[in-house]
Design a protein around this ligand. Structure first.
Ligand SMILES: NC(=O)c1ccc[n+]([C@@H]2O[C@H](COP(=O)([O-])OP(=O)(O)OC[C@H]3O[C@@H](n4cnc5c(N)ncnc54)[C@H](O)[C@@H]3O)[C@@H](O)[C@H]2O)c1
Length: 299
């Protein structure tokens, strides 16, 4: 029995890069896949059906079942229709992989309103809208007395978790996705829905040319290493795993441990009295996690 037999998945942004690898991995393990991709440029311009069409053809060549959807995931109505299309085409929906994304990097003082709005919309609303519509479908199934296991895998980023300079729009949206995933896991648990997020690192058009990688590094930066975790999280074998944020790439999988309470002091109603105490707790608090100091992230 294959890992995902009888399960249906939507993968957003599945025409290229990570989404393509996720769609193929899910299909290889028996899932029906609705391949969503707007076919935009890496900065969110234009549309093109070809990438999604090619992935559908690849899945069908493998003997799997797939259908194409080319809507913008951040369009409320279109994302509802995407969920309906998966259910109408394959008879249900058990897996939602929110992966579509774009970049418009700039230092915050130079960032335009449009660069902020578009990146936040594609990532944050483009994750929330499909989650909302799929969540309503699962709620309806659960209220109908059915017991089932549904799985949502959202895509966050190290940029958010480790505060990348030059990406206030992207990091803010991706941090929102990480926290949204944990809130959603708590809200949807009662309907049999698990929600997790992962921060991938892979060589795609979004990251290409960042550095000259060695062949060994390039091998570990193949998206497929991340798709393995996506397929497992999508399966019933991961039934007890929800509300987690993972780091994932060819060098391993790790669980992020969220914000923690640090040193504290008593509150006051007089701001002139708290300086010494505040300086002290800041001195004793652990520094924020920093991507540049973490050797595991930079082998
Ligand atoms: N590559 C990495 O190392 C890395 C690191 C951290 C996070 N991510 C995230 O992983 C996800 C996939 O990125 P990738 O590296 O594969 O990039 P990519 O550019 O190769 O693929 C993204 C896909 O999303 C599609 N897309 C963009 N906007 C869309 C929209 N509104 N509706 C539907 N489809 C849309 C694009 O057409 C494209 O095919 C993104 O969310 C990205 O932010 C990637």
């Amino acid at each position: 029995m294959s890992l995902l037999a009888g399960r249906t998945a939507i993968v957003t942004g599945a025409g290229r890069g990570l989404g393509r690898a996720h769609a193929l991995m899910l299909a290889r393990h028996g899932a029906n896949v609705l391949v969503n991709d707007l076919g935009s440029s890496a900065s969110g311009e234009g549309t093109d059906q070809t990438p999604a069409q090619e992935v559908v053809a690849e899945i069908e060549k493998l003997g799997g079942k797939a259908a194409i959807n080319t809507s913008d995931v951040s369009d409320w109505k279109a994302s509802q229709q995407m969920v309906e299309q998966a259910i109408d085409t394959f008879g249900g929906l058990e897996i939602l992989v929110n992966n579509a994304g774009i970049l418009r990097d700039r230092m915050l003082i130079n960032m335009s309103e449009e660069e902020w709005d578009l990146v936040v919309k594609v990532h944050l609303k483009g994750t929330f809208a499909p989650l909302h519509h799929a969540g309503n479908y699962w709620r309806m199934r659960s209220k109908g007395g059915e017991t089932f296991d549904a799985s949502v895998i959202n895509t966050t980023s190290h940029s958010a978790l480790f505060a990348n300079v030059g990406q206030t729009n992207y990091a803010a949206a991706k941090a929102g996705i990480a926290t949204m995933s944990i809130v959603a896991a708590r809200e949807l648990q009662r309907y049999g829905v698990r929600v997790n997020a992962l921060a991938p690192r892979a060589e795609t058009r979004m990251t290409e040319g960042l550095r000259d990688w060695t062949p060994e590094q390039l091998e570990r930066r193949r998206p497929d290493w991340i798709s393995t975790l996506v397929a497992w999280l999508a399966s019933e074998d991961a039934k007890e795993v929800s509300g987690r944020v993972f780091e994932a790439w060819g060098y391993g999988y790790a669980v992020m441990e969220s914000w923690q309470h640090g040193p504290r002091m008593d509150a006051s109603l007089d701001p002139t009295t708290i300086g010494d105490g505040m300086r002290k707790i800041c001195r004793f608090a652990r520094p924020n996690a920093n991507i540049n100091r973490d050797e595991w992230l930079d082998p």
